[in-house]
Design a protein around this ligand. Structure first.
Ligand code: ATP
Ligand code: MG
Length: 579
């Protein structure tokens, strides 16, 4: 079985040869056949094979540059496991982190898995209430955070967090607030040695909340076996190799920041670059250049901002080490792929997956021609299909059966269950979990179509799709068309109820510097849309320099719609706010 994406001789061959059982053999497993543990695969086995001196994690940003080798990470995470054990925190107990990309995040994550506890990383930018809700819903026993975040967001409500037994502060030094421990001091007194207990691949490892793009976030449960899919997909889709310097820009509070911001790259033995600073085009290019990043995994919203900053800016930095760029989280507009190829000399590879899938499912492989605007083709081991929908815009289920659509028809994207990183539950919501499956498929809630060559094209989220005068309009198509206008750098498109058409398409657009948000430009954009899109073009365009985004960088269309219609704004816990 071939591994690295760019060496795939042929996509079809790789799919044919593939089996998850064979893929599992590519990982070492715990010594003496004691099972499969994420932390062992990510760290200890590299030490066992003589790569302990290689830099595992390099943190850059706010607090300067710090390197942790695989050996250091292995020892520190052993200490963390010992610490949990000494605090009587056992297997299955939930350990939450509220941290940026500081070294302690990686120590805590790996130590947690070594103790068979369950990691649940939260966005540090969350407000007190979303934090409390998740800690409560997730039965948090331990929280690892900073003194400042603790004082601001936890201490005032500590008396309401009954199950929270231990708070570990990474920077409390001699003066930890009441009811907390200083992590550095606590680790210093723990032994370096730890034996990872036998680990069932089905043991719960991660609790991850969805982005809340379409409603209240759901807690997806993942198990240790997920590491098989994370490792394999990082080879196929991200093309990772041991000598890479890999930068994943995702926050650890988002599943990308764990699957590909911690686990997968470490299983490949790369140097993982972790930047804790805010987005700034100059600074990001500086990071890419200074650290000779070879593989970069980021999101469309960041790429759109870099596009807005212009190709000339990119040309001022030496990005020659960069071999591969991938993007996830939202549809990647073809305009951005084309621009990136010009600006960086290499294209951006879109890939699609969800919190629920735990790993990349559909991807534009390094080895196959990219179709700009397409998500690519399913990973080896993954069967994807498009299912016929009913009036509610979700897969139609009759007598427990669904029907698979042919080429170029729009329906609900579905995956055949059985890959290792598939979520095993929505926490405390069995009904919702069961409803996510029908007729032998997992229903993703996204609408897509597949072309004659097996490339999948994203149409929209079932909740976001607009029905206008008998047409089914995917916001992505409209947004991408608007992005082709030189004035527009980002767009969010919604349906607004209309007596005649059912819904009409309305676009909110962000303008490039130098353009005036006036009636002339509005009329021009409407006419531009009509030329490109015909009947599904926006009838109305509004200007908005601050489109609402989730903390994971997705345009929150449901909030645009609620505001437009004067409806309640719903769950805004994941709305991005300044730190
Ligand atoms: P919630 O489920 O709480 O509404 P969410 O679906 O945004 O939030 P995530 O699991 O972070 O939470 O995101 C997965 C979703 O992101 C996918 O279902 C899809 O709608 C979108 N997505 C991810 N990657 C892509 C992509 N490459 N192209 C288009 N959409 C994508
Ligand atoms: Mg979702």
């Amino acid at each position: 079985m071939l591994l690295a994406g760019s060496t795939l001789s042929s996509y079809d061959e790789a799919r044919q040869d593939f089996s998850w059982a064979a893929a599992t053999q590519l990982l070492s497993g715990l010594p003496e056949g004691r099972g499969l543990n994420i932390a062992y695969e990510a760290v200890d086995r590299h030490v066992a094979t003589g790569r302990g001196g290689h830099v595992a994690v390099r943190t850059v940003g706010r607090s300067g540059t710090r390197d942790l080798t695989y050996r250091e990470l292995s020892l520190l995470s052993n200490r963390f496991a010992n610490l949990l054990h000494s605090l009587d925190v056992g297997p299955r107990a939930r350990v939450f982190t509220l941290l940026g990309r500081q070294p302690e995040l990686y120590v805590a994550a790996l130590g947690c898995w070594k103790n068979l506890s369950v990691l649940s990383p939260l966005f540090a930018a969350f407000g007190p209430e979303p934090i409390r809700n998740r800690l409560t819903l997730g039965d948090a026993q331990v929280l690892v955070t900073t003194t400042a975040l603790y004082r601001r967001k936890i201490a005032p409500q500590r008396d309401r967090l009954h199950g929270l037994r231990h708070v570990l502060l990474i920077d409390a030094a001699e003066d930890p607030p009441d009811g907390t421990l200083d992590l550095t001091a606590a680790l210093a007194s723990q032994p370096d040695h730890w034996t990872i207990p036998a680990t069932s691949p089905e043991a719960m490892a991660l609790l991850h909340f969805t982005s809340g793009t379409t409603g209240t976030p759901k807690g997806a449960v993942h198990v240790h076996d997920a590491v098989v899919a994370q490792h394999i997909t990082a080879g196929f889709a991200l093309d990772l190799r041991p000598d890479d310097v890999f930068w994943c820009t995702a926050d650890p509070g988002w599943v990308t920041g764990t699957s590909y911001g911690i686990i997968a790259p470490l299983t490949h033995g790369v140097t993982l670059l972790a930047d804790d600073g805010d987005f700034d085009a100059n600074r990001w290019y500086q990071v890419l250049a200074d650290h000779h990043v070879t593989v970069w995994y980021t999101a469309p919203t960041a790429l759109r901002m870099l596009m807005r900053a212009g190709a000339e800016l990119a040309s001022r930095y030496d990005l020659s080490a960069l071999r591969h760029i991938a993007s996830v989280g939202e549809p990647l507009n073809p305009e951005v792929v084309v621009w990136a190829r010009e600006a960086y000399g290499i294209p951006v590879h879109d890939n699609w997956w969800q919190t629920e899938t735990g790993a990349i499912m559909i991807s534009n492989y390094p080895s196959m021609p990219i179709r700009p605007g397409s998500m690519g083709r399913p990973m080896p081991g993954i069967d994807a299909a498009v299912l016929r929908c009913g009036d509610d815009g979700r897969a139609a289920v009759t007598g427990g059966q669904v029907s698979v659509l042919g080429t170029d028809q729009v329906g609900e994207l579905a995956l055949r269950p059985g890959w290792p990183s598939m979520f095993r539950a929505y926490l405390h919501d069995d009904l919702r979990y069961r409803q996510a499956f029908a007729g032998g498929w997992y229903l993703t809630g996204d609408l897509a179509r597949v072309d004659a060559d097996g490339y999948f094209w994203f149409v929209g989220r079932a909740d976001d799709v607009i029905k206008s005068s008998g047409h089914l309009v995917g916001p992505f198509e409209v947004e991408s068309a608007l992005l082709e206008h030189p004035a527009v750098t980002e767009a969010g498109v919604i349906g607004v109820p209309d007596e005649v058409a059912g819904e009409i398409v309305k676009a909110f657009v962000t303008l490039r510097p130098g353009y005036e948000p006036d009636d002339a430009l509005r009329a021009e954009l409407i006419a531009f849309g009509r030329r490109r899109l015909g009947a599904v073009a926006p009838r109305d365009v509004a200007f908005d320099q601050h489109l609402p985004h989730t903390s994971s960088g997705k345009v929150m269309r449901r909030l645009l719609k609620a505001r437009e219609l004067g409806l309640p704004e719903g769950d805004l816990s994941t709305l991005e706010r300044p730190r």
